[in-house]
Design a protein around this ligand. Structure first.
Ligand code: 9PG
Length: 494
């Protein structure tokens, strides 16, 4: 039974199970007014990489209706099932319809989705609390996250941040990141060379990305490209006067990892096959990787240990990636937990270990569960040393608007701008200042860089510093001046 109480500013609601068993969702529907000639909505994506922006009702289609993998649909929506109604669009967590913003006020207990369609010249909105098959006991009541009306997306972000203890006080972030030049080929030699070249660059954080780890899942051990331990790497970054930062995908574990080999019971399972639940696929990781079961207390203790160990090793900045993974449907130890609760429990475990002072950047993370845990948040698709996605995109990007490309990153930098310092510090993704070893034209390099600056979001450079010249440095200085001013303007009393 679903109890919905409509108030002057929105809805409060709860679900009570008639009988014991799994519950997928609770819904109610309201009329959002006449459609007019050209009805448009704000369509918001589920996690960091998911596209957000304006969509046309009756014209655009939900990307899940296009052929793709269930993993990819699950990665980009609360409900991994495709939309079959060609006239329905989904917006996750928040939307704008007919000039009114509607948003959930929380996302830690369950996800929230708006399903929006035209009906007889009017706009019909179905509000959905997604419980993802969580088992409820007979007669059990779960209070659902309230849904409210707002005058603007800004107002929603302020309210959501206040209701969820958003962490918005970290300083403006300037740094360097290894990913968008070396990708998985980063080595300790290259990292040390960059540290030396960085002497005159104004970086605080120096963030090592994917490519150092022994295996996906074994984050405290390095591979043959990194002869030194993670402690040694952090010490070298610190000795160069930078804040050590490191990337991990805490909820993933490769089949060959120690964590998967020694604790097969820590992996979530596919319902049909009983095989480890595929959380992602990457050639450079050796293929498919499993998903840790964040309803298992031993897994949470392990995640806490990983967070604590990396901070103790000297990393004050942790980029937690592919963190949507435990939202995927599967068999988990505790069937009473919703996908949202599984993601949140994993994030909180890493935060507990890392402590309150560490800077945590969420990536590939559902926005609803991030607020209050992360200090920074990736809000768009990966940039790439090219403007448009190539025609042949890799498997993980079989979805409209998410392939790594600077154009895709730029779209969300604008459409999720209003979240900056209300929910976290926005991370629009890295600057790439080089004009060689890139397909970006100098105009495109500048256009992206200035957009990052104007957004006030985090400014991390991802280049081989040996490729940068005085022009690149002058551009970075412009970006940082713009960025500091835009950042300060968000918090300045009006
Ligand atoms: C390291 C990278 C970088 C990058 C992250 C993330 O399957 N996918 O859709 C997919 C999207 C993004 C992505 C990888 C896969 O990149 O955003 O900054 O850290 O991982 O592997």
């Amino acid at each position: 039974m679903i109890d919905v109480l409509e108030t002057s500013d929105g809805w409060d609601w709860a679900i009570t199970a008639d009988r014991a068993g799994p519950v997928d969702r609770a819904t109610f529907t309201f009329d959002a007014g006449p459609a007019g000639d050209d009805p448009r909505i704000y369509r918001h994506g589920y996690q960091s990489w998911s596209p957000s922006g304006e969509a046309r009702l009756g014209v655009d289609v939900d990307p899940s209706s296009q052929p793709t993998l269930s993993l990819v649909r699950g990665m980009h929506h609360a409900d991994p099932e495709p939309v079959t109604d060609p006239h329905q669009l989904r917006s996750e967590l928040v939307t704008v319809v007919n000039g009114t913003c509607y948003g959930f006020l929380g996302g830690t207990d369950h996800d929230g989705t708006f399903r929006i369609r035209l009906r007889d010249g009017r706009i019909e909105v179905t509000v959905e609390a997604f419980l993802g098959g969580a088992h409820l006991a007979a007669g059990e009541t779960r209070v659902l996250h309230p849904v409210r009306r707002f005058a603007s997306l800004d107002d929603w972000a302020v309210a959501y941040g206040a209701a969820n203890a958003a962490r918005v006080d970290a300083p403006y972030q300037v740094g360097w990141c290894s990913w968008y030049h070396w990708f998985s080929e980063i080595s300790e030699d290259a990292l040390r060379q960059q540290l030396a070249l960085a002497a005159d660059w104004p970086f605080d954080v120096f963030q090592l990305d994917d490519g150092f780890q022994a295996q996906v899942g074994d984050w405290l051990d390095t591979n043959e490209k990194f002869p030194t331990s993670v402690d040694g790497i952090a010490s070298s970054i610190r000795a160069a006067g930078r804040t050590p930062g490191i990337w991990i995908a805490p909820f993933l574990a490769a089949p060959a990892s120690e964590v998967a080999q020694q604790h097969p019971d820590w992996l979530a399972r596919h319902a049909a096959t009983g095989d480890p639940l595929r959380g992602s696929y990457n050639d450079h990781w050796g293929g498919s990787v499993g998903t840790l079961d964040t309803t298992n207390p031993d897994v949470l203790a392990h995640l806490e240990h990983v967070g604590r160990s990396l901070v103790e090793a000297g990393f004050d900045y942790l980029k937690l990636d592919f963190t949507y993974a435990p939202s995927l449907p599967g068999i988990y130890a505790d069937p009473t937990r919703t996908p949202a609760q599984r993601v949140r429990a994993g994030m909180e475990a890493v935060r507990r270990g890392a402590g309150d002072d560490a800077f945590i950047l969420g990536c590939g993370l559902p926005l609803a569960q991030a607020v209050g845990v992360v200090d920074g948040m990736r809000i768009g698709a990966d940039v790439a040393p090219r403007w448009d996605p190539p025609p042949q995109v890799w498997e993980g990007a079989l979805y409209d608007g998410v392939a790594p490309s600077t154009a895709n990153a730029l779209r969300n930098t604008i459409s999720r701008q209003f979240m900056h310092r209300r929910l976290w510090l926005n991370d629009p993704d890295c600057l790439m200042l080089r004009t060689s070893e890139t397909e970006l034209t100098p105009e495109q390099v500048e256009r992206w860089a200035l957009a990052v600056g104007e957004s006030g979001g985090m400014a991390l450079v991802s280049d081989d510093l040996a490729l940068l010249d005085d022009g690149s440095r002058a551009l970075l200085d412009r970006v940082l001046a713009l960025g500091r001013a835009a950042d300060a303007a968000v918090t300045a009393p009006s």
